[in-house]
Design a protein around this ligand. Structure first.
Ligand SMILES: Cc1cc2nc3c(=O)[nH]c(=O)nc-3n(C[C@H](O)[C@H](O)[C@H](O)COP(=O)(O)OP(=O)(O)OC[C@H]3O[C@@H](n4cnc5c(N)ncnc54)[C@H](O)[C@@H]3O)c2cc1C
Length: 426
């Protein structure tokens, strides 16, 4: 393939990159989508659930062809101590709102949709540098190839080297990232449906808080695919390094907990992956644009993990589209200067889905409260134990029992403060 004549280079064929390339190609822009993996998705790790709305907006009815594993019918959260657990489950009216997927299939498919409308994809090609002239990004450098373009969209993920090279980001501090780890466990479809109480094609998403993280900021997740489970942990990188807790030990805590063991019994682990997750939000970059370049998806901190919903892929798709739309407007003006591309920042703030990142901007700070991962899960489980236990030794009223459980663990003031802060944050 000739690498000349491209107007825009999109770096990274994850959800952000493919959505950006598709949006541009559909409008007749000559766009080159560059991926370092052997195919899109070959290097990508995630928990497993994608919110459908972003794909519907991008593709209309065609989204129904996406490689869906299972539509999520059941949502659950479990608070756990070493030997007890307390779970809440919600059954969605309409499971089509989100689905589980395997990234090696999903990213490949999404990149194919971009190719179908005219984007040119090259794989096995790592972008090492940017062509910068007169303070403006004028293209990309991949190995020996210098590829001049009018504009670049960097969708190269959490550890984005391109945003750094353009002077938009510094090296991420440990408190700005989390570490995600995941097992893929093979299990026959009928066993999954039986264990999770699901109909065929329906799925479950479950999160775990407490004992599994060993006091570290973070928690576990479990998603059901067609005939496998995605079981994993996300923990604060700063916490894991200062407390010197090796990541595999938190995975062991999760795998070996009675609640989880029952779900994964007789399953065969066929894959283990780990990946960084940006936690700082959009402030990860000084700004998501510079002359000739925009940054989208994880590379720009466009992700929202508020503990019960994890939104990276939908945010990446929406921000990739916003970046592409900004380029389309700049193309009409024939002006790719920083001043012209500044419109991207306004778009990000106005776009309803991405606005959620700003609405919930205090979440990362709230989630730094360690009581959420140790004291409160224990309180919840102990209170349930006290409420349900009947041993003939006399029982207290529920309110009195709850008060007794908090004694010595958390002061009433801290408890009220945490509750109020939670109400204001979520
Ligand atoms: C353990 C874990 C669980 C998660 N769970 C969920 C979940 O359940 N739901 C959800 O929505 N999100 C989840 N996420 C987050 C989600 O995976 C990301 O937010 C999403 O993938 C971001 O998409 P992206 O396109 O911005 O970046 P990525 O998906 O990271 O894609 C970046 C692409 O760029 C390529 N690339 C990087 N550098 C270069 C280069 N120099 N040259 C060429 N190519 C390059 C990479 O190979 C990759 O294909 C999870 C993440 C982790 C780690």
């Amino acid at each position: 393939m000739s690498l000349e004549g491209f107007e825009v280079a999109v770096v990274g064929a994850g959800p952000a990159g493919s959505a950006a390339a598709l949006t541009l190609a559909r409008e007749g822009v000559q766009v080159l989508l560059v991926e370092r993996g052997t195919f899109p998705g070959s290097k990508n790790v995630f928990g497993g659930r994608i919110y459908s709305y972003a794909l519907k907006r991008l593709l209309g009815d065609q989204w129904k062809d996406a490689p869906v594993e299972r539509f999520i019918r059941k949502e659950g959260i479990t608070f756990m101590t070493v030997d007890s657990s307390f779970s809440i489950e919600y059954e969605a009216k309409d499971p089509k709102g989100s689905f589980t997927a395997v990234r090696a299939k999903f990213d490949k498919w999404l990149a194919e949709q971009a190719e179908k409308v005219g984007a040119s994809l090259i794989t096995d090609s790592r972008v090492d540098d940017l062509i910068i002239e007169g303070g403006r990004v004028k293209g990309i450098i991949a190995g020996q190839d210098k590829i001049p373009t009018d504009a670049v969209i960097a969708c190269d993920g959490t550890t984005t080297s391109l945003a750094r090279k353009a002077g938009l980001a510094s090296i991420l501090e440990p408190e700005e990232v989390s570490m995600g780890m995941k097992d893929v466990i093979e299990l026959p479809a009928d066993k999954i449906e039986e264990r999770f109480g699901l109909e065929p094609e329906e799925g479950a998403a479950h999160v775990f808080v407490g004992e599994c993280s060993g006091g570290l900021r973070g928690g576990g997740f479990l998603y059901t695919n067609k005939d496998s489970l995605a079981l994993g942990m996300v923990v604060g990188a700063d916490d894991a390094s200062t407390k010197a807790i090796p990541s595999h030990t938190v995975m062991d805590r999760l795998r070996n907990h009675r609640k989880v063991k029952r779900f994964i019994r007789d399953g065969k682990t066929i894959e283990y992956d780990a990946h960084m997750i940006p936690e700082a939000g959009p402030k990860m970059l000084t700004r998501p644009y510079t002359g000739g370049m925009l940054v989208a998806g994880d590379a720009a901190g466009h992700l929202l993990n508020n503990g019960y919903t994890f939104r990276g892929v939908d945010m990446a798709i929406v921000s990739g589209v916003a970046a592409a739309q900004t380029i389309l407007e700049a193309r009409k003006r024939k002006d790719y200067s920083a001043q012209s591309l500044k419109a991207y920042e306004r778009k990000l703030k106005e776009e309803p889905a991405l606005k959620d990142m700003f609405v919930f901007s205090k979440v990362p700070r709230y989630l730094r409260n360690h009581r959420l991962y140790s004291v409160y899960p224990e309180l919840i489980c102990n209170a349930a134990e006290a409420i349900y236990r009947v041993d003939g030794n006399g029982k207290r009223k529920i309110y009195k029992e709850l008060r007794a459980q908090t004694k010595g663990k958390v002061s009433t003031i801290s408890l009220i403060r945490d509750l109020l802060a939670g109400a204001r944050t979520f």
